[in-house]
Design a protein around this ligand. Structure first.
Ligand code: ATP
Ligand code: MG
Ligand code: FE
Length: 355
């Protein structure tokens, strides 16, 4: 099926077009620059930016794909989770298209959409690292971005997805952004930390690995916590500054990055081992992190786990992954969503499609 997908859960206005598993277009407008001076995504600013970007981004996707609206078989849209005001813009646009064109509408889950990104194929499209070829199920999926850090068990993309664990405080990308800020690096902090860390010693400082003590593992085996790590970095930097010593920014960045990568992959591979699932799929903007990818490759190879990482353009928020999930739902014979659904900022991952 030829499906157009709309994504507006955070700061990317994404419109993608797919034919089944074939990627035809992935147009994106980001309001990231507008959030820079606030050090994080401002919901009201994001929603306004989506409104302005929506029509031009839809037009760009159609032009890139060489497709007319009338040819579409269905529309898919992110219904949640995400920022309520941002989601509403995408949902309203998708409903309007659906009604005006008389096309079925599929309201889908953003997190499951990240997994759908792995299905897409196109000439010259290569995974960031890891295995090529068909995604086999079940798979463990680790989704890490500025808004979420979630570990999923995916048995069936169109209806059987389980949340194993998630962050109990900050998301990993959020921790990168906050630590960058306290090191005086600009927003978004992830790429900055990554760049600076390349010259640092990851073993220089032993920062805490949240929720990895045996007593935490009982209740939070697959959950994450990054706020203690962020505080620990802040204290360490403060102590140095108070003593009038220079801050070894590269070592702090490298040691922090190591702590995040270590805890992410320790938990993900524990899930693979416990549940006997020999596959791990990564998604979300933090996958751009060089150390996260390197450690993922090392640990997966050592554990005999197949690592899958879609191209980075499909790891960050985008409309093509939403179109991909929509196409799977159409192909599996699911009925479209009724037009009275809304944006659901806390949509649970078990709800792949909002009816
Ligand atoms: P959502 O959580 O709703 O998916 P988002 O906009 O936060 O939305 P992305 O755009 O996928 O998600 O990811 C952005 C996050 O990824 C930011 O927090 C950013 O700092 C982080 N990030 C980007 N590149 C890197 C990197 N090289 N290392 C670490 N973090 C990174
Ligand atoms: Mg983003
Ligand atoms: Fe996302």
């Amino acid at each position: 099926p030829l499906v157009l997908g709309i994504e507006t859960s955070c700061d990317e206005t994404g419109v993608g077009i797919v034919r089944g598993r074939t990627l035809l277009a992935n147009a994106i407008a980001s309001s990231m620059d507008e959030h820079a001076r606030f050090g994080g995504v401002v919901p009201e600013v994001a929603a306004r930016a989506h409104l302005e970007a929506m029509t031009p981004t839809i037009e760009r996707a159609l032009a890139d794909a060489g497709v007319e609206l009338a040819e579409l078989d269905a529309i898919a849209v992110t219904s949640g989770p995400g920022l309520a005001g941002a989601l509403m813009v995408g949902v309203a646009a998708a409903k309007s298209l659906s009604v005006a064109l008389g096309k079925p509408l599929y309201a889908v889950n953003h997190l499951v959409g990240h997994v759908g990104a792995d299905l897409l194929q196109a000439d010259g499209l290569r995974p960031a690292i890891g295995a090529v070829g068909e995604l086999e199920l079940p798979t463990i999926a680790l989704l890490v971005s500025g808004g979420h850090t979630s570990l999923l068990l995916v048995r069936d993309l169109t209806g059987d997805v389980e949340m194993l664990g998630e962050t109990i405080d900050d998301a990993a990308g959020e921790a990168f952004d906050k630590v960058a800020r306290l090191l005086g690096l600009p927003y978004p902090g992830g790429p900055q930390i990554d760049r600076v860390a390349a010259d640092g010693d990851p073993q220089a400082i032993r920062f805490p690995r949240g929720l990895t003590h045996p007593k935490d593992l009982e209740r939070h085996r697959y959950d994450f916590s990054f706020s203690g790590l962020k505080t620990s970095v802040a204290r360490w930097v403060e102590r140095r500054a108070d003593a009038g010593e220079e801050i070894p920014v590269a070592d702090v960045a490298a040691s922090f990055r190591e702590a995040v990568a270590d805890v992410l992959l320790t938990k993900a591979l524990a899930a693979c081992a416990d549940l006997g699932v020999p596959r791990l799929l990564l998604g979300g903007g933090v996958v751009a992190n060089a150390r996260v990818r390197e450690l993922a490759a090392e640990r997966c190879a050592a554990a005999g786990v197949e690592l899958r990482v879609p191209p980075l353009s499909l790891c960050t928020d985008n409309g093509a992954m939403i179109a991909s999930l929509g196409a799977q739902l159409v192909a599996a014979g699911h009925a479209p969503s009724s037009l009275d659904f809304g944006a659901d900022s806390t949509l649970p991952v078990t709800e792949v499609q909002v009816r």
